[in-house]
Design a protein around this ligand. Sequence first.
Ligand code: AMP
Length: 261
Amino acid sequence: MPNIPQVGVFDTSFHTTIPDYANTYPGPYLWKELGIKRFGFHGINYEYCSARCSVLLKKDEFKTVCCHLGNGSSIAAIDHTHSIDTSMGFTPLEGLMMGSRCGSIDPGIILFLEQQYHQSPEEIFKTLNYESGLKGISGSSNDMRDIIDLCSKNDPRAKLSFEMYVYSVKRNIGAMIGILNGFNTLIFTAGIGENSALIRQKVCQGLQHVGVIIDEQKNLSCSGDKLISSGCSSIDILVVKAQEDWCIAHKISEMRSNGLL
Ligand code: AMP
């Protein structure tokens, strides 16, 4: 279709505001010169969620920890509409434990597998991307619905994978609160974040000391975009339905208005 304009909207663009000290890996400086850096992903949805947050909370000054919890999961620290840091990195493998991706692990494990078990780069790629995370630990499924179901049947590996996932989200929320210089909004988005009241409840449990208090009733009855924090929570807790498609369409519409298409 040579006459149809093609537009690329990158999932990484939103994260170009991450400062150098946060997007540079502490390897040799050559890595930086080779372009190895933290790109971050899920940027289209993070951009959408921060715009939506402005509308729903009717405020412009927000410092947000946004949890994109889907089959691929990541967390971003957003200062108003600027990404300050995010958990995914050079590839979507870094950060949180995910459906079948491992998230952050000691890179020494990879060397150990190569040296002691003679695993090839292809085998390790497959393991890290498709045989790890919820699926790897539970041995059953990468789908949180199955994991929750198996937990109710007391499956020990599913229980461990569930606890590890919640722990991984909380640990990363803590890291993002630490670098935001203020924190007033927590967002849950994507398949797990939008649909699992149990995960939202478990993640918020124990975060009262940083002002995160969930309203159990609002959390349980949540559908669509909704504020689920209790009246005494100093942090607004929002559920936002991921809408990358809307955000992409909006960008294209802007380009048309500006005569670029
Ligand atoms: P996404 O990658 O954002 O499309 O999210 C897909 C994932 O969301 C699925 O693999 C499930 O793990 C999860 N999910 C969807 N619905 C639910 C639900 N009701 N409870 C728990 N997890 C869910």
